[in-house]
Design a protein around this ligand. Structure first.
Ligand SMILES: Cc1cc2nc3c(=O)[nH]c(=O)nc-3n(C[C@H](O)[C@H](O)[C@H](O)COP(=O)(O)OP(=O)(O)OC[C@H]3O[C@@H](n4cnc5c(N)ncnc54)[C@H](O)[C@@H]3O)c2cc1C
Length: 121
């Protein structure tokens, strides 16, 4: 398979990179995520399922989308979580937000051939 951009690794940074680059790619360009693990977005830090394992930055200062600073806080509100902008959220939330966006942006039937990606498990 030949692609214009290949992102290596299936951790948070790789998935976030693909999600952010997709918006900026021309229709004739393709991007592939190359991962050796099936747990997309998890990586070392966010694979925890223990809710006591919190991020070290408040939610209001983090975002998945480079051009939308309040994206994480919006997601927290949409999901009806107990957390607000000042809170340190569980690391596993980063995987959840990443995967939700991945499903809507990267796995839609119309985009599947273009991105040649897999479904995160
Ligand atoms: C315990 C812990 C807590 C942390 N807490 C925070 C925090 O609160 N806030 C914060 O901002 N940061 C935190 N970090 C740092 C965190 O690791 C990074 O913010 C972020 O998760 C790094 O994501 P990444 O995708 O770069 O790396 P990783 O999540 O480590 O993912 C790397 C991926 O690359 C893959 N890979 C590696 N080599 C290859 C290869 N040769 N070919 C193919 N794939 C490969 C791996 O399998 C993995 O899937 C923490 C780190 C740890 C260890």
């Amino acid at each position: 398979m030949q692609v214009d951009i290949a992102v290596i690794g299936g951790g948070f940074s790789a998935v976030a990179t693909v999600i952010n680059v997709l918006d900026r790619l021309g229709q004739d360009k393709s991007i592939a995520l190359v991962s050796r693990s099936s747990g997309l977005g998890r990586g070392v830090a966010y694979s925890t399922t223990e809710a006591k394992h919190r991020l070290n930055v408040p939610a209001g200062r983090m975002s998945l989308l480079a051009d939308k600073a309040d994206h994480l806080c919006q997601w927290l509100a949409e999901e009806a979580t107990e957390f607000g902008p000042e809170d340190f959220i569980p690391g596993s939330y980063m995987v959840a937000i990443c995967r939700k966006r991945w499903r809507t942006d990267c796995c839609a039937p119309t985009t599947a051939p273009k991105y040649g990606s897999s479904t995160p498990t």
